[in-house]
Every structure is written in structure tokens, then in C-alpha cells.
Design a protein around this ligand. Structure first.
Ligand code: DP6
Length: 364
């Protein structure tokens, strides 16, 4: 049997460049993703404490154009623009990202950059743009590297894009490809790695084709506690080890569920993951709550609707109050109806976003 050698950080160091690159630009569009098994807790350089798996989304994306121009000074030089307006508030995060990846992208100080970015979803929607934003930027950088070294293969391109994106924001490493991406080594998932996201390698039942995700915007305000702080609080968390074991076990349970298309079992895993994530927040020290009263109203309405109709609709949450409603494509008409009749009242300004499972990032 041939075993694929495990990739290490060393494999992502750049090989000597064979080309030079003058002034130019590159544009990538990268989607958001929604985790079914959640990443919450990390160590070292953005390495996950447990395996996570997500649906790549389609309509929620960031489009980033990286303008580059050679320069001589020996510092990072860049400016960030959101929808054409300078957004200096994003720059410290990008600077930290550049510092983290400089080892792997050695030309960063040799160019002056202008990073122009737009989101398909409203900036103030409270939807995390770090996954789509960091992956789009990582893709632009590896695309530059590919011009400097054209021997880079597509597989390596995607792996290194995901590797770099991870160093910007953990969940961003799951946005490069689709439709189902695993991040974090798992004994039952060949090829899975702590360093980058990989495509889920097993069969997936047609029940999950074009799976729908409608995102109900419950609260668009600034989060009281950032994901970075939340991850940090897992270090001394009394239930941390149990939680990491639970996530890895849920990953294991999901394999036959995805293969057989067992939607009842899928719902149990996905909803339990969402609530476990928020339970970790509520039992951190200091403790915090990101759900809002309307988050709970929506959850209860979904449970009631499911009981009454036999629908396979379910919810998941990320680190915020918004609710992602997941359901099979075949239920689209009924669920839209249900959302409009019963759930929109719980959304801020009646706002929600219709999305579905997608294939990953693309070059524009
Ligand atoms: C709750 O990827 O935003 O969405 O690595 O610190 O940037 P950093 O955190 P981030 O964490 C998101 C966690 C989550 C669950 C998930 O997407 O798996």
C-alpha cells in the first residue's frame, strides 16, 4: 500500500523563484463556510484542538483584488480598502497576518500592496467575514507566488492557500475548496491535517446535494467577545478536553450519516454541536453569552415546526447570535414559507440571506 507522506510546515516554504514580477494585480473571490462540527480551541500557530468540518457556502463571499508594485524599502507597505474606501481599522489584523506568513511568502516586503476588498453580504450583517476575507487574500498571495514559480501544481496551490488562510483565521482554511471541507487530523479521515483544510474524501448521499443555508440576521451589532478571545478561554476551560473529544467523536459519527443520507441523525449532530459550542462560551471564565432572546425564539420555532411537519430543517450557530437554517433542497419552497411567516419577525430589520452549499473560491 502506498501511503501519502504527511505534509509538514517545511513543505510550505517557497522554492527559489524562476520568474520576476512587475507591477500588476490579481483578483480572487472566496466564500464563507458554516461548520457542522465546530472548531473552538487552538494551540501553537493556529492549530486546532479538534477536527472540524464545514459546508462551503456560495452566495456569501469576499472579492479581493491585490494590487502590487515592486519597492525597495525593507518594511511591509500596504493599504486596505473596503468598497473603495480606506479601512485602516483592518490593517493591524493584516499586518499580523503578513508577519505570520512572511516565512512562507518571502516576497511580502518586496512589494507595495493595495488590498481592495468587497463582501457580497452587508458589512454590518454580523456575518464573520474573516473566513472569506482571509482566504481571498491568501489566494491572491499564492497566485502571485505561482507567477514567480510556475511549477506550482493545483493541489499544492490549494493546500498552500488553505495553509496561509489558516494563519490569518482558523476557519478560513476551510473556504478555499468545497463542498465539504475537513480541518484537523482525524484517524478516520485520510489526508486530514492540522495545517490546512482538505476535501471530505468519502461518499456523500444525494440528500445533501445543494443543501440550503438561510442565514437569519438576528443581531448585527459588534460581538461582545471576539472569536480570538473565545478560543483563548478554552485553555483553562474545565470541560475543554471533553469538548475536544466530543467534536472528534461527532466527526466520526457524521461519516455514515453523510454516506447514508440519514437526515435525522444529521440534525442531532449538527444542533448538538451548535449548542455545545455556545455551552463552552457560557461555561468559560469569564463567561459570556452570544445568543440573543431571538436566537432562542427561532430555535424553538424550528423545533416546533419540525415536530408538526416532519421537516428535516435544522439550525446551527457560529460565534454570534445569527442563526443558520440548514435544509434539503427539496424543502426549499416550504421552508422559505415558514421563514417568511414565522421567523422573519425575529430578524433585525427583517433581514436574512439565502445561501447554499458551494464549490469554493475562484479566480476572477
Ligand atoms: C465558531 O476562525 O473566527 O465559527 O482562528 O481566531 O480567527 P480564529 O477564529 P475563527 O473561529 C471560528 C469558530 C466558529 C466555528 C467554526 O467555524 O468551526
Amino acid at each position: 500500500m502506498y501511503l501519502c507522506p504527511t505534509m509538514t510546515e517545511h513543505d510550505f516554504l517557497s522554492k527559489p523563484y524562476t520568474n520576476t514580477l512587475e507591477k500588476g494585480q490579481v483578483t480572487w473571490q472566496s466564500p464563507s463556510n458554516i461548520a457542522l462540527v465546530k472548531y473552538w480551541g487552538k494551540y501553537g500557530e493556529q492549530l486546532p484542538k479538534n477536527t472540524s468540518i464545514s459546508f462551503t457556502l456560495s452566495n456569501c463571499f469576499t472579492k479581493t483584488t491585490l494590487f502590487y508594485e515592486p519597492k525597495t524599502s525593507s518594511d511591509f507597505e500596504f493599504e486596505v480598502y473596503l468598497d473603495g474606501q480606506r479601512e485602516a481599522g483592518f490593517e493591524p489584523k493584516i499586518l499580523k497576518f503578513f508577519q505570520r506568513i512572511e516565512h512562507y511568502i518571502p516576497f511580502l516586503k518586496e512589494y507595495r500592496f493595495r488590498i481592495g476588498t468587497t463582501n457580497s453580504f452587508p458589512h454590518s450583517s454580523g456575518i464573520a467575514s474573516s473566513a472569506s476575507g482571509m482566504s481571498a487574500l491568501a489566494l491572491c498571495l499564492i497566485a502571485m507566488e505561482q507567477q514567480l514559480n510556475p511549477s506550482i501544481t493545483t493541489d499544492y496551490f490549494n493546500q498552500k492557500a488553505s495553509f496561509l488562510a489558516r494563519l490569518g483565521s482558523g476557519s478560513a482554511c476551510r473556504s478555499v475548496e468545497g463542498p465539504l471541507i475537513v480541518w484537523g487530523e482525524h484517524a478516520s479521515i485520510p489526508g486530514s491535517s492540522h495545517l490546512f483544510g482538505t476535501k471530505y474524501p468519502f461518499g456523500v448521499h444525494k440528500n445533501f446535494d445543494n443543501y440550503q443555508d438561510t442565514i437569519l440576521l438576528v443581531d448585527k451589532g459588534e460581538k461582545q467577545v471576539s472569536s480570538t478571545v473565545g478560543h483563548e478561554l478554552m485553555h483553562k476551560h474545565p470541560f475543554a478536553e471533553e469538548r475536544f473529544a466530543q467534536a472528534n467523536s461527532n466527526m466520526e459519527k457524521l461519516i455514515p450519516v453523510l454516506r447514508e443520507g440519514n437526515l435525522d441523525a444529521f440534525i442531532k449532530i449538527v444542533e448538538s454541536e451548535a449548542l455545545s459550542l455556545h455551552a463552552m462560551m457560557m461555561t468559560s471564565m469569564p463567561y459570556f453569552i452570544l445568543m440573543k432572546p431571538n436566537t432562542l425564539e427561532i430555535i424553538n420555532r424550528i423545533w416546533k415546526y419540525r415536530n408538526e411537519t416532519g421537516s428535516k430543517v435544522c439550525f446551527t450557530l457560529d460565534a454570534g447570535a445569527n442563526v443558520h437554517i440548514l435544509y434539503p433542497e427539496g424543502e426549499k419552497t416550504q421552508v422559505y414559507d415558514f421563514i417568511k411567516k414565522e421567523l422573519v419577525v425575529y430578524c433585525q430589520n427583517s433581514q436574512y440571506i439565502c445561501d447554499q452549499i458551494g464549490k469554493g473560491a475562484k479566480k476572477l
